[in-house]
Design a protein around this ligand. Structure first.
Ligand code: NAI
Ligand code: MG
Length: 326
């Protein structure tokens, strides 16, 4: 069976790391049909729309989507794309690799982030000049769905520690509901868990990431805490992610378009290639997914490395080494 994969490179280093992931997928003995779509700042400049309808349709119809990054238009591209694929969960693993000089070599965390609401509800208003509001939406349904997914994920992937992150002491109604529902889900499943205030969690993650496994969190908290965890393991060039829906899914690095290095050919392709590995797992190519991870880990151990990891290799050189290892 041939899988149709939507490829949306986007802007900046999205254009550089997406071909790297394709090189890796091309090396596997799997029939993929790649369908390309445009989105992002350049597309907006050319067509007036950051996410043209054709691109959204490609993602909706494909078996899975690989997305690079968008720049300033990120919110107009990735939020609708996540919704086009019906994604309710954003899975962001943050793992330290022993050979890399990360701040916290014991880190092995997975953020299971609610992906549809919270402060990313998009409901913002100007009430009067100088006064603007944002509506933070938390629903029982979305909270239940993310908690279910988080506990299932922990069980399936062998994580003992599940933490529910929240700020219910202040946001009593919204996060009050989030925690209440997540605790109910845990109790129904007979699962062990902790609840932690998200600000304190930020500190504990920096000092003792080894105490944590799966972190189930509201939307913005997951966005911020996963970047924080990227800092613990060696930077954003390493963190992949999956946006999972009931049937469809979209895979993307956690990083953005990185305008500070875009065009130089030195972006770390790891995050994008590991996102492709998450896609392989999703499509039930478990063995090839594992092979890709082993190939990436070997290059993380032995080099060559891009400058963010202290090396002087280009994106293409690091990618070629990963492909050679397959
Ligand atoms: P960023 O993730 O693009 O970059 C942050 C820092 O990490 C930069 O110093 C960058 O050089 C470095 N970095 C990121 N990925 C790297 C890689 N693969 N290899 C080596 N170094 C890497 O975040 P920033 O700078 O906050 O945002 C830049 C643009 O990206 C903004 O326009 C923002 O809106 C957009 N953005 C888009 C996202 C998306 O499309 N999902 C997510 C985050 C930001
Ligand atoms: Mg982010």
């Amino acid at each position: 069976m041939t899988h149709e994969i939507a490829i949306i490179p986007g802007d900046g280093i999205g254009q550089e790391v997406t071909p790297a992931a394709i090189d890796v997928l091309d090396e596997l003995d799997i029939d993929f049909d790649f369908v390309y779509g445009d989105a992002g700042d350049e597309t907006k400049a050319e067509t007036g729309e950051a996410l043209p309808e054709e691109t959204a349709a490609i993602a909706a119809d494909a078996d899975a989507t690989l997305f690079g990054a968008a720049g300033e238009t990120a919110a107009d591209v990735i939020l609708p794309l996540r919704s086009v694929v019906g994604s309710f969960a954003n899975i962001r693993p943050a793992r330290a690799y022993p050979a890399l000089d990360g701040l916290q070599p014991e880190t092995d965390l997975v953020f299971v982030r609610e992906n549809t609401e919270g402060v990313y509800s998009g409901i913002e208003n100007e009430i009067t000049e100088g006064v603007r509001t944002l509506t933070r939406v938390i629903t029982e349904d979305a909270s239940e769905q993310i908690a279910e997914y988080g506990f299932q994920y922990a069980k399936r992937n062998g994580y003992d520690d599940v933490t529910i992150a929240h700020k219910a002491n202040v946001m009593q109604e919204t996060d009050g509901l989030f925690v209440e529902v997540a605790e109910r889900v845990a109790e129904e499943r007979g699962a062990e868990y902790d609840t932690t205030l998200m600000d304190a969690l930020a500190m504990h993650l920096v000092m003792h990431p080894e105490d944590y496994g799966v972190v189930i969190c509201p939307n913005l908290a997951g966005d911020m805490l996963s970047d924080l965890a990227a800092g613990l393991v060696g930077g954003l060039g390493l963190l992949p992610s999956a946006n999972v829906g009931e049937e469809n899914a979209l895979f993307e690095p956690v990083h953005g378009s990185a305008p500070d290095i875009a065009g130089e050919g030195v972006a770390n392709p790891t995050a994008m290639i590991l996102s492709a590995a998450m896609m392989l797992d999703h499509l039930e190519y478990t063995e090839p997914a594992a092979q890709v991870r082993v190939a990436v880990e070997s290059v993380l151990e032995n080099g060559p490395h891009t400058p963010d990891l202290g090396g002087d290799a280009t994106t293409e050189e690091m990618t070629a080494a990963i492909v050679d290892n397959l």
